[in-house]
Design a protein. Structure first.
Length: 94
């Protein structure tokens, strides 16, 4: 996960890139856990943008976990990338 802007406290879109190890079945999920220093849905609901390698559904947030439903199966060793909007960076550096 890479924030669009690395400034402390900045709210923006985080870019996520990963490669699946195993097949994600149809109606499965991609789950990401953010460190406690990040704020999800900051100012507006976090949403998935620009999904590549899979068809993403509407993201849900529970604490620091983003869950993204996957409508069609995704083979193992598939590169996935997408953005997550309204992610607030930690307010301190270090």
């Amino acid at each position: 996960m890479t924030p669009a802007n690395l400034l402390p406290g900045n709210v923006g879109t985080a870019t996520v890139a990963l490669t699946t190890l195993n097949t994600i079945p149809a109606n499965g999920f991609v789950k990401l856990t953010f460190p406690a220093t990040f704020t999800l849905s900051s100012g507006a609901t976090t949403a998935v943008t620009g999904a590549s390698g899979f068809t993403a559904g509407t993201a849900t947030i529970s604490g620091q976990v983003v869950t993204i439903p996957v409508s069609a199966s995704v083979a193992g060793a598939t590169a996935l990338s997408f953005g997550l909007t309204n992610i607030k960076n930690p307010t301190t550096t270090g």
